[in-house]
Write a protein that binds this ligand. Sequence first.
Ligand code: ATP
Ligand code: MG
Length: 559
Amino acid sequence: MPENNEITLPSNFIKKIIDDDLLTNKWGGRVNTRFPPEPNGYLHIGHAKSICLNFGLANEFKGLCNLRFDDTNPSKEETEYVESIMEDVHWLGFDWQDRCYYASDYFDKLYDYAVQLIKDGKAYVCDLSADEMRETRGTLTEPGQNSPFRNRTVEENLDLFERMKKGEFEDGAKTLRAKIDMTSGNLNMRDPVIYRILKVDHHRTGDKWCIYPMYDFTHCLSDSIEHITHSICTLEFEDHRPLYDWFLDELGVYHPQQIEFARLNLSYTLMSKRKLLALVEEKIVSGWDDPRMPTICGLRRRGYTPESIRDFAERIGVAKKDSTVDFAFLEHCIREDLNKHVHRVMGVLNPLKVVIDNYPDDLIEEVEAINNPEDLSMGTRILPFSKVIYIEKDDFMIDPPKKYYRLAPGREVRLRYAYYIKCVDFVKDDDTGEIKEVHCTYDPETKGGSSPDGRKVQGTIHWVSAAHCVDAEIRLYDHLFNTENPGEGDYKQYLNPNSLEVVDAKVEPMLENAEPSSRWQFERVGYFCADSKDTQPGKPVFNRTVTLKDTWAKIVKKG
Ligand code: ATP
Ligand code: MG
């Protein structure tokens, strides 16, 4: 199991609260946070923010962070999700040690707490249907009406609740409700439901229960049972805090502090598990780990590193006000990481054949290439060079505009690490206008890419040797949605039809057996990751993680 990763979040209001609590010895010097996912889908980058925050704080304050599955909704939850969540938290570099808990482990205790509330006259069994309950709940401006069942006696409530548990009533026929205040200005306090009947098997408790506790009741008590100190959740739970406090106060149990922070929103994507599930079920994407998904497994398959996601989470910070982070910033973080660490290679996405007329037919030379100019300790490698090579189609133009410094008739360019070549001719398909091949001459004096006579060329282009290169399938990914805010309105209308383009590329020989999930920079083209599922020895498949163009850095420069 990985060690918990050292991450230091910049100072924020939550840290201040913890600092103060440590000073006043509020929790006896303890810090115990938790990450409480509902296992009803795969984790996304928003969850990553919460994971980094909760585990990061525990780590920084020498405390603990529990993993807790908030599994109170049996109809939507599955073991597959539990396993994927564990895998993703570990992959991000965090570990809950022996503290993996399930809200469902507390079902007996929660039942007892509910019985205690009934005995204290603080909860009652209600026969109103869901519709009737909605109709009597009132609105933000109007108070609700008391349920006609609100004044049942304790004995009657105890009897009915037990019979609910025994399965005597149908789904929806009865609920257990907290008896708080139907006129409260906070709708969450208007006699919220604590238990409902649901004759559905649970992924862990099987058919033991046919009544299930509601989120608000379960969550605060789970925090209490685990002796959590700081229960950190997203802003939409601010209005639920009075209820969180009410349950714990009425029951007189250990009482953690709930603290809300702004959830992560990211442009050009969605953070709702429900909507992400729909994309998977309707096969709009290939699965939860489709490299276009904002899920942690999707980002992993795309080529993101855990370091880059932790870095992102640290740098976006923790705020009290909702905002949207530019997707370009996430890309900036992965670029920074990959730039420092990955091996450069040459890969040509749209190959154009170039014949070097004056190069000997049978000669194969070796040229030396630097593996990472940012980290020379990564060494060099040898590339084969021969008479026929491939370059990118867009590195050649018959009539180049001004400022086009690449290959064109009569122009000389540098082949990275190899020679200067000059275009002397080209072959064009008269029907389609497509350039079939380009003819060049090379200057044997320029081996390695520089000229002894000091002659300069303006462009440097990448290439692969036709006789030695390897065919590779390359998946060029772009945003899944073509609008910044697809979450507003009908998100499916904003699907980007060009979010995936597949090309047959030619890559340098060392990529023939690229390890699944290995990461590379294709010089001048972008960062790529060998697909974890589809790449095979001799048949490499690469996902584009991100292009080289850093739009975020540009935005920041412009100010
Ligand atoms: P979704 O809306 O995607 O279903 P959720 O909040 O219902 O998300 P949970 O499984 O309940 O998903 O979330 C587990 C934890 O992750 C919660 O503490 C929640 O507050 C946090 N979380 C979820 N989404 C985000 C987000 N976008 N940014 C930060 N934290 C998040
Ligand atoms: Mg939730």
